[in-house]
Design a binder for this molecule. Structure first.
Ligand SMILES: Nc1nc2c(c(=O)[nH]1)N[C@H]1C(S)=C(S)[C@@H](COP(=O)(O)O)O[C@H]1N2
Ligand SMILES: [Mo]
Length: 342
């Protein structure tokens, strides 16, 4: 298995489809999403500066971080722009197919444990997290920075991550340290983390207020991209598979939602008039993706089109049509799988 490159510089690449057959994605094939060149940081001199509107700013070294009690979480992460090329007209931005998504085991220290001794000042509304990557983009000099509300930043599962799949982070995934915001589109999980700054006004940086915002939506809420919309993806059969009439084909894949647990996955072979329940495997953990499968048989020769959709416990179901918006985020239309029967 290998990643499928989308752009070379900055390096952006998708997860191979077969990875959707596994509970966790090996680090080397987990999709990569970069806005700039990958910074090479030295863990021995790295520091996380915590400052801004706090009574006692501090710096944390890599060794200090490793010595703190850590938490392991298996987390599905999807890029908000995943599926953009399926939208019509196609919005500007990195031309992702449908596999800018993966699921990995991360280890890190809850951010709240790092700030608990800093004395967050009253009036603080957000924390701004800064990455080490910067460069010219969109006609200005930009640094990758994102903010989170105090509540979301101090959530017990917002982690300052050092390890992925049991090994220290590799450069593409944010070495030596990245943020992880489980359940949210990947944009919130700032890689090459250098600073967390408490602020008393909402942050309006480029990647917060200009990009990663739902604009000109058709029938959906506008505003910043946050949690991952419910989605199921097919790993097998591969697109364009041929079968014999009456032969059983098993569809297999993974489903996830950033809002709630997956409640069901359904398949339709009649353009969505009737839906049949797929079998769900037990959920490995709350933030992980969940395996599903469905047995299907072609009743007549010709081209069949199967639709797959997931629903979460909060009642969100994938729509049949793409939820179009100007910058191409949050695509989660039911996947269509073509099968030739003869
Ligand atoms: N510093 C920094 N953090 C970043 C990014 C970036 O370009 N720079 N990209 C974000 C986006 S849009 C996504 S989807 C995830 C992807 O994480 P991965 O490359 O480890 O899969 O990282 C996020 N964190
Ligand atoms: Mo992303």
């Amino acid at each position: 298995m290998q990643r499928v490159p989308v752009t070379q510089e900055p390096y952006n690449a998708e997860t191979p489809r077969d990875a959707l057959l596994e509970d966790t994605t090996p680090v080397g094939v987990h999709f990569v999403r970069n806005h700039f060149s990958v910074p090479r940081l030295d863990a021995s001199t790295w520091r996380l500066r915590i400052g801004g509107s706090v009574a006692r700013p501090r710096e944390v070294s890599y060794e200090e971080l490793l010595a703190m009690p850590a938490k392991e979480l298996v987390v599905a992460m999807e890029c908000a722009g995943n599926g953009r090329t399926r939208m019509s007209p196609q919005p500007p931005g990195t031309p992702w197919g449908e596999l800018a998504v993966a699921c990995a085991r991360f280890r890190g220290v809850p951010f709240c444990d790092l700030v608990s001794a800093c004395g967050v000042e009253p009036g603080t509304v957000e924390f701004v997290f800064s990455g080490a990557d910067e460069g010219e983009a969109h006609g200005e000099h930009l640094r990758y920075e994102r903010s989170l509300s105090v509540e979301r930043a101090l959530h017990e599962d917002t982690l300052v991550v050092t390890h992925m799949d049991g090994a220290p982070l590799v450069p593409e995934h944010g070495a030596p340290v990245r943020l992880l915001v489980p359940g949210w589109y990947g944009v919130a999980s700032v890689k090459w983390l250098l600073e967390a700054r408490a602020v008393t006004r909402s942050f309006v940086g480029f990647y917060q207020a200009q990009h990663y915002v739902y604009r000109q939506t058709r029938g959906m809420r506008e505003g910043p991209v946050t949690t991952m919309r419910v989605k199921a993806m097919v790993a097998e059969p591969a697109p364009g598979t041929s079968v014999r009439v009456g032969e059983r084909v098993t569809l297999r894949g993974r489903a996830w939602s950033g809002d709630a647990a997956i409640a069901r996955v359904e398949v339709s072979d009649d353009e969505g008039r009737t839906w049949h329940l797929a079998q769900l495997e037990t959920a490995p953990s709350p933030y992980a993706w969940r395996a599903w499968s469905f047995d299907w048989q072609a009743r007549s020769p010709g081209r069949a089109e199967l639709l797959v959709r997931a629903t979460d416990e909060a009642g969100h179901t994938q729509p049949l049509d793409a939820p179009w918006n100007a910058l191409g985020y949050g695509y989660n239309a039911a996947q269509r799988i073509e099968i030739q029967a003869s």
